[in-house]
Design a binder for this molecule. Sequence first.
Ligand code: FAD
Ligand code: ZN
Length: 230
Amino acid sequence: MAGKKVLIVYAHQEPKSMNGSLKTIAVEELSKQGCSVTVSDLYEMEFEPRTTRKDIVGDLYNPEQFNYGVEAWEACKNGCLSEDLIEEQRKVKEADLVIFQFPLYWFSVPAIMKGWLDRVLVQGFAHDFPKCFESGLLKNKQALLSFTTGGDKEMYSKGGVTGDIRHSLWPMQHGILHFCGFSILAPQICYAPESVAEEERVQMLTSWVKRLRTLWEEKPIDCTPEWYYK
Ligand code: FAD
Ligand code: ZN
C-alpha cells in the first residue's frame, strides 16, 4: 500500500540464496506498491550481535558491577546508546511493518539476527514493564517472520519428528515481538528449498509475491497459546 514503511531485517550470507531471492522480490513488490522499503542486511553490515559495554557511550550507570539490561535501559533514556543501535531503532520507529527474512537455525533465528533482537529491542525503546504485549512500546506496528527450513513440511507437521512448526515460533513471535507490542502476521514458510525441484522453488517465490500484494488487508494472528498449541 502506497506510503507504508517497511523494514526488512535480513540474515543470509549469500545474495544468490533462496533467502536472498525472497528478500529481493519483497523489496521489488513492496516498492512497486509505493511502499518505502529499508533493508538491514546484517551480514553485509557486519552487524555486531554481542551485548557488551561498547553499546553504552560514556559513563556507566554502575561502573562497579556491569548489568547489561540496566545499562542499556539507562543509556536508552539518556540517549547514550551506540550509534549502530540508534540507527536500527530509528528504522524500527519509522516502520509500519518489520519483515524478518532468515534461514531457520536450530529452531530459531541465526545468531546475528538474535543479536539484532537482543541489542535493538532495548527496554525503554521496545518495552518497559508493564508496557508490554498489547501496551508494548512498538504497538501499532506489525511483524512477520519469513523463513526457510532444512526440514520438509511433513517433518514440521503435528506428529512429525520435529513437531508442529508453530511450537518453535512461540519464543520469537510471542516472547519477543508480541512482548514488544508488535501484532504478528502469519509466518511465511518455505520448506526445504534445498531439497525440492526448481519449479517448486519458483512456486514458493511466486506465492510470496502474491501474498505481498494483499498483505495490508491481512488481520494479525491471535498470538496466544491457542494459536501455537491447539
Ligand atoms: P539455499 O541453499 O541458498 O537455496 C536453496 C536453493 O534455492 C539453491 O539451490 C539456490 O540456488 C536456489 N535458489 C535461490 N534463488 C532462487 C530463485 N530465484 N529461483 C529458484 N531457485 C533459487 N533447518 C531446520 O529445518 N531446522 C533447524 O533447526 C535448522 N538449523 C540449522 C542450523 C544451522 C547452523 C544451519 C547452517 C542450518 C540449519 N537448518 C535447519 C537448515 C537451514 O534452515 C536451511 O539450510 C536453509 O533454510 C535453506 O535456505 P537457504 O536460503 O540457505 O537455501
Ligand atoms: Zn503473543
